[in-house]
Design a protein around this ligand. Structure first.
Ligand SMILES: C[S@@+](CC[C@H](N)C(=O)[O-])C[C@H]1O[C@@H](n2cnc3c(N)ncnc32)[C@H](O)[C@@H]1O
Length: 198
């Protein structure tokens, strides 16, 4: 799942995703005071826009230039609050300790020896800040050819990387609040919400 893969996916349609923020983000981040947020794999930007409209300063990162162009075009009224960044987060780590919220929704992070990339995402959370790591429940992938969810970090794997002084606020599987993305069969989300110690 490299740049070419995602560019081909985005270019295959005028819009790939619904344009609505993810339900888990709305549920879990609605009670957080606005600060600095990192949207990991921001896609067409609906989550970053929702955060910016609530007063967050957002760094929204994606590997796909097409997705970022679409996101920026939607963001005219919050231009100064969102920085759209084209980067491969498996090779370019985000700045350490910089974000009050690191939001990771449906980001396909392939397992790797040493777990460098997921650890860099954890390191990006500021003291007292929140990590929100959300995946489709693996059962929803069963019909998708060529994709094995066990090749990718799941929220439970990320929970296993947290130092003991983090507070796990949510670690569960729950039904989706919105219908599945077009062409998929996802019914449940797996959600990890954790707070870094001060
Ligand atoms: C399943 S989409 C989810 C998009 C968005 N978070 C959402 O929930 O609608 C995964 C996104 O991650 C991006 N992505 C995949 N691998 C990436 C990488 N190594 N670095 C940065 N972005 C990546 C893709 O371009 C795509 O936009």
């Amino acid at each position: 799942m490299d740049t070419e893969f995602w560019e081909a996916r985005y270019r295959s349609r005028d819009r790939l995703f619904s344009g609505a923020p993810n339900g888990v983000l709305v549920t879990e981040a609605g009670d957080l005071p606005p600060g600095r947020a990192l949207d990991v794999g921001c896609g067409e930007g609906a989550d970053a826009l929702w955060l910016a409209r609530r007063g967050w300063h957002v760094t929204a990162v994606d590997i796909s230039p097409t997705a970022l162009r679409r996101a920026a075009a939607e963001a005219t009224e919050v231009t100064g609050s969102v920085e759209w960044v084209r980067a491969d987060l498996t090779t370019t780590p985000p700045p350490g300790g910089a974000f009050d919220l690191v939001s990771v929704h449906y980001f396909p992070l392939a397992r790797q020896p040493g777990d460098a990339a997921p650890r860099q995402l954890l390191d990006a959370v500021a003291p007292g800040g929140t990590l929100l790591f959300v995946s489709h429940h693996p059962a929803g992938h069963s019909t998708r050819e060529g994709f094995d969810p066990s090749d990718y970090y799941q929220p439970g794997d990320i929970a296993g990387l947290l130092d003991r002084d983090w507070t796990v606020v949510v670690d569960e599987t729950r039904p989706r609040t919105a219908s599945a993305p077009a062409g998929t069969h996802h019914t449940h989300d797996t959600v990890l919400r954790a707070q870094r110690p001060w």
